[in-house]
Design a protein around this ligand. Structure first.
Ligand code: ADP
Ligand code: MG
Length: 191
């Protein structure tokens, strides 16, 4: 059997580093090629459009908002076959998203993923960490640091409630977060 191997390419980095823009541009190329694309993002991220993958720069791609890995599996089952999978906000899904992506890669699917590598406290997001290990290609993107204004921001600064005892997930945009380099990133560390 002449089964083709797919691949897993991901972009990670802090908020505002261009992950969603990267994802949209990858998917647009496959749209031109008329490939069968499934684009998804996590339903938790309700900052912009209810469904589409949307960047802070307003570029967008039609997508489905899903709540967990089981729902992704069901959508793929219902669609039959897909050639390209795009997934934004990977960090919000359970760690078995990595296993699903590997399974799909073996079936020939080309996968593009975007997500935060670190949380507001500078600690790894488990799901992204696992997918980074499985990926064929990982691009680490940077944003502009809001303090030194250099293109070196690898951290997401939470502007309110940034104590390590606060909830890890707090969905928000510019009002709640900014990008910072590792020197200017600040977290209140409570034991
Ligand atoms: P991400 O998905 O990584 O949060 P987006 O792709 O949604 O990023 O947005 C990237 C866009 O955000 C940039 O092209 C730029 O217009 C805007 N932006 C706002 N703040 C910053 C910043 N501090 N550094 C870089 N880009 C920023
Ligand atoms: Mg994004």
């Amino acid at each position: 059997m002449d089964q083709k191997l797919g691949r897993i390419e991901i972009a990670v980095g802090p908020m505002f580093s261009g992950k969603s823009e990267w994802l949209v541009s990858k998917l647009r190329v496959h749209q031109v090629a008329k490939d069968k694309i499934l684009a998804i993002r996590h339903a938790l991220d309700n900052r912009y459009h209810k469904e589409d993958i949307t960047s802070h720069n307003d570029s967008s791609f039609q997508a489905q908002a899903v709540k967990d890995v089981a729902e992704i599996k069901k959508i793929i089952q219902d669609l039959g076959e897909i050639e390209v999978l795009g997934i934004d906000e990977m960090q919000f899904f359970e760690t078995n998203l990595a296993d699903l992506l590997l399974e799909l890669q073996k079936k020939g699917v080309i996968i593009y993923g975007a997500g935060l590598d670190l949380d507001f406290a500078g600690e790894p997001w488990e799901t992204t960490a696992k997918i980074m290990s499985f990926a064929d290609k990982v691009e680490k993107l940077v944003a502009v640091c809001s303090v030194c204004h250099l293109v070196n921001a690898t951290r997401t600064q939470r502007l309110t409630n940034n104590s390590t005892t606060a909830d890890k997930i707090l969905v928000g945009g510019k009002e709640s977060y900014t990008a910072r380099c590792v020197l200017h990133h600040e977290v209140i560390r409570n034991k």
